[in-house]
Design a binder for this molecule. Structure first.
Ligand code: 13P
Length: 256
């Protein structure tokens, strides 16, 4: 059995200025013990404007937390007003970069090809993509969840030599910010389905190793059950990551 340490990552989306961000990370850190960090990897993914502040806090207080960014551009530099390169993120000791979040796909026109460029740029820079896939409600209701996810996974990983180096987040769109969570059986089945695609693309060892998170209304009250599923290797947490108490409980899910 491969060691797939769960990754519990708080995607703050467009919330918290840099001062609020510092306060939230301090409050989370206060609630976690060394054992919690051993059982799960903990990451915070603030807006760009807070990255430098959180980097400094993590380093100064030696917090065993990883830093993530919510987006990037695939080019190294140039005339791309409003964009941030992976190299810039790397200079801030960012480890993870979210690629293809459903909000970016739905609200900012990112398609599979764009997401694939980002995934490859992140890998090329030595960082780790958190590559998001997941079906909208209409497609789930039409019985197309698996075909949508299949397309997204294969397109997003095109040209990626080692798919196991990517963290994949299965986030059904209908469960994001709605309070509606996939049942643990459904979430596990879809994460298992993604794992089968990785086996098809890169072999059984890659499938055994790749970390697949679930995201979509993960809360203090459902984290332990979701994390207990064999194919679920962590959580990408939105709303509940904005509250220190809730996020800390999710990070401590192994305590039951
Ligand atoms: P919620 O946890 O608020 O449903 O958001 C999930 C998400 O989009 C994380 O990336």
């Amino acid at each position: 059995m491969a060691d797939r340490t769960p990754l519990i990552a708080g995607n703050w989306k467009m919330n918290n200025d840099h001062l609020e961000a510092i306060s939230l990370v301090q409050q989370v850190a206060y609630r976690l013990e060394p054992e919690d960090y051993e059982r799960s990897e903990v990451a915070v993914i603030p807006p760009f404007t807070a990255l430098r502040s959180i980097q400094t806090l993590i380093e100064a207080d030696k917090l065993p937390m990883a830093l993530g960014a919510q987006n990037c551009h695939w080019e190294d530099a140039g005339a791309f007003t409003g964009e941030v390169s992976v190299g810039m993120l790397s200079q801030l000791n960012v480890t993870y970069v979210v690629c293809g979040h459903s909000e970016r796909r739905a609200l900012f026109g990112e398609d599979d090809a764009t997401v694939n460029r980002k995934v490859r740029a992140v890998i090329d820079a030595g960082l780790v993509p958190i590559f998001c896939v997941g079906e909208p409600l209409e497609q789930r209701e039409a019985g197309e969840a698996e075909s949508v996810v299949d397309r997204q996974v294969r397109a997003g990983l095109e040209g990626v030599d080692d798919p196991a180096s990517v963290v994949i987040a299965y986030e059904p769109v209908w469960a994001i910010g709605t309070g509606r969570t996939a049942t643990s059986e459904d979430a596990n089945a879809m994460c298992g389905y993604v794992r089968d695609i990785i086996a098809d693309l890169a072999g059984d060892e890659a499938a055994e190793t790749v970390r697949i998170q679930y995201g979509g209304s993960v809360k203090a009250g459902n984290a332990a059950e979701l994390m207990g599923q064999p194919h679920i290797d962590g959580a990408l947490v939105g709303g509940a990551s904005l509250k220190a108490d809730d996020f800390a409980v999710i990070c401590r899910h192994h305590r039951g």
